[in-house]
Design a protein around this ligand. Sequence first.
Ligand code: ACM
Ligand code: ZN
Length: 745
Amino acid sequence: MKPLAFLASLLLLLGCGADQRIPPTTDAEPAAIIPAPQSVTYSKPRFLADKQLVVYADDCAAKAADALLVTLNQKSIDARMTTNREEATIILSCDNPGFHLGKPNHEAYTLAIAVTAIELSAPFETGLHRGLSTLEQILDQEWSESRSLTTRTIRDQPAFVHRGMLMDVCRHFLPKEVVKDYIDHLAYYKMNTLHWHLTEDQGWRLAIDKYPKLTEVAAWRTELDGSRYGGFYTKEDVREIVAYAEARHVRIIPEIELPGHSQAALAAYPHLSCTGGPIEVANDWGVFKEIYCAGNDSTFIFLKDVLTEVMELFPSPYIHIGGDEAPKYRWENCDKCQRRIAEEGLHDEHELQSWFIEEIGAFLEANDRTLIGWDEILEGGLPEGAMVQSWRGFDGGIQAAQQGTRVVMSPTSHCYFDYDLKAIDVEKVYSFNPIPEELDSTLHPAVSGGECNLWSEHIPDKATLDQQTFPRMLAMSEVLWTAPDDRDYDRFRERMRRQYPILRDRGIAYGAETIPYTHRTEWLDDSLLLVLEPQQEGLKLKVELDDTETTYDAPLVIKRNGAKNVIIQPVQDGKTVGNPDVLQLWAHQANGVTPQLSSQPSEYYTAGGADALTDGILGSTDFRDGHWMGFSGEDAEIVIDLGEQRPIESLYLQTYQYNNAWIFSPREVEFQASDDGENWVPLTVIYPEAGPKHRGKFQSFFSHETDGMQRRYVKAIVRNIGKVPVWHEAAGADAWVFLGEFVVN
Ligand code: ACM
Ligand code: ZN
């Protein structure tokens, strides 16, 4: 049915009479409900409670009534239960005939706020809980002093069945209470799935009775600084969290990663690896070559034992087994894996991965569970009955749908909340459609919905979790719940802003909607000017330079005196938004001079052009911050023309190393100087202090103090780009050199 015809029939059904139908998302709306309900019909008078609220519930709604009383109690709204429907001011019932056009939706509900009573009805218990979330949002925004509500009828059901968030508790562990709070927030915004990523290279987070070393060994890692980091959930914790989610009608889908991302488990049980170990729990980020041995029968005994205990803990009909990013290097070099390939008549290691997943899929199916895997599980043939989560774009999902498989869409383009706001801001999330245009309409029902991933490499605590999740999750909740024809970004944004006080009341340290500000430098005589431009209405910037804090109102002046930190904290409505940023700046003689480059950087890491090397903004420890220029392959020469002979005291070339991402310090840097740009005088050759095996992410400077020379031209020659890591076993990737700034003092 077309949306308009659908609306018309709804209006007929409602018999509107004197009621005035206002579209669900106008400015005039008394409460800003997110996600926007399918239809809202307002009437003029108000529901007024001059005394205690009295709740009546049909038997089928008893649990929902309990939940409602807890909620009312938390909000200090006086309420009691009754068994007499006649005296009730809130009625919860399960009969909801006539509303559903077609198949009843188990999350559909009708909420009618009339003058004398509030009636919530739904054909299923889950629908009652979705209706309670709507009622709670209305109470949060309208109740307050007046103890009254605008009367209206809301009829609502979701556009998509699967509305999820992935929580990764492996890279960083989150306490039980944080997980429970998160589930509350999911329910408040009608998200219905917590995809709980429980096992990783860097930590195994789930107690398994049969394999105690998973929590004794695999749950703990030794950090680069020697400290221990880790944690896990006991079975008691998990039961408590699962029950908490069930009470809110949020499904928890556990993810037990295989065959890759399994280094922590292999550290505890190295006989399950191809080499037999020893293996350590990973203490850095990336994709690792240690994966379960596919030729070893013990691997499958172990995994099936683990999954048996997982299924005892989690009632979810779906079990996620990962399947992504499994390098085949170990399998290629393992006799047992090669024997398996031969015995099973497989072509290669990709088919071995499929065979692996099929073994596990069959086991889950025999236990009445459905396997979900990342889109890599399509590679060597899809296991029957599996569900695919498409993350490397939409293509995997399209391919899966074409093979008759259900799909959850989580493309990196819209759904990765660990990405920063430059890549994915609220508006970008809101533009997401889980159904790609190129998917044939007959296959649309294959798309169950969408899910946002929040990998936790850079999420050490709740504050960062909140900042990355909110307010972006509000946009996703509306994308997945509200019918596409009822969505409008401007109206959504208005409602989202009205939700900020509620987010604060809920203790959520939400972040910005979009990159909070842009920054650039200008130069004036001997100074560098830092220019900031807030990008969000009403947003202010608190800035700190040289221990002095101010609210930004004019460019900051940075004198020529070495590197300086500027700390920038966005503030809205007097409240900080997200974590502060630190920008490192250096005012020097080459500011504003466009360097000549002998070779061009990669199109992915241009830093916006050669000027980035002299703009006075240093690269941070994040090589994607837009200030790093990435080179691969040839040696690079950078020439700076100061326009006239000038006294030069020192030269600094800023470089970066993060060997997990194949970014290495140059093997050597030579500085030269010239008066005419043709005849060059060598000054010095410098070698890196840290070798290529030095781990972690770090910036460094190749520096040279001159003896007070007067020159017009200087040059840095960066040698042996792309020829670095002979020691690295997983050969094949390009090596990189990243340059941040060429400082001429
Ligand atoms: C993924 O982001 N590796 C699924
Ligand atoms: Zn093997």
